[in-house]
Design a binder for this molecule. Sequence first.
Ligand SMILES: Nc1ncnc2c1ncn2[C@@H]1O[C@H](COP(=O)(O)OP(=O)(O)OP(=O)(O)O)[C@@H](O)[C@H]1O
Length: 206
Amino acid sequence: MMISLEQTGKRFNYDWIFRGVTLSFQAGERYAILGPNGSGKSTLLQVISGAIQHNEGTIQYSTPEKPIAHDAFFRYCAIAAPYLELIEEFTLTEIIEFHLQFKQFLPGITPVMAMQLVGLEKAAGKQLRNFSSGMKQRIKLALAILSDVPVLLLDEPCTNLDAAGVALYQQLINQYGGNRLIIVSSNDEQEYFMCRHYIHITDYKQ
Ligand SMILES: Nc1ncnc2c1ncn2[C@@H]1O[C@H](COP(=O)(O)OP(=O)(O)OP(=O)(O)O)[C@@H](O)[C@H]1O
């Protein structure tokens, strides 16, 4: 999967958050979107995901075989982000079952394994409303990283994680990141440790 932005810009009301973004995200590569609080990292990631509409320029998604329509891209990507809420009424087992109605796990990964990989197997029957914020973040990461999709979009992936949680995140990426396109929005090196390409959002302020 390749994602190409050409002179892409996003504004809220009269404020341009970024303009003139011309970038190509290549299959198998790992990118970090960097910048201070409020600079627009998360907005750029959401524009890339198609969750919010850009105001100028273009975004194109393609595989080596064919272009991917904007309204089909969601099938090819998994997202973990602070603003994406889990359904609090579900138990951990139920949220995994629900997730698997839309996305498959990587080959060989079972729901029980997914829980074990993030240290939550004992909480299988517990309602998510009773999980701590760090436990919820572990679930979001497992659901995203273990999904069998070619693109991972991670917004501040270590939000609410303690040191053990950060280590788990890094282990999940190392073990299951594979040859996928990964884009991380972050200002914490522990979150983008695996990235070789850096995008500084402040380069796109006009
Ligand atoms: N829906 C919206 N309406 C108006 N302004 C918005 C909206 N969403 C974001 N913004 C503004 O866009 C700017 C960029 O926000 P964004 O969340 O992308 O920053 P960020 O770099 O991810 O910040 P942080 O590091 O704090 O997460 C901020 O000034 C924010 O207030």
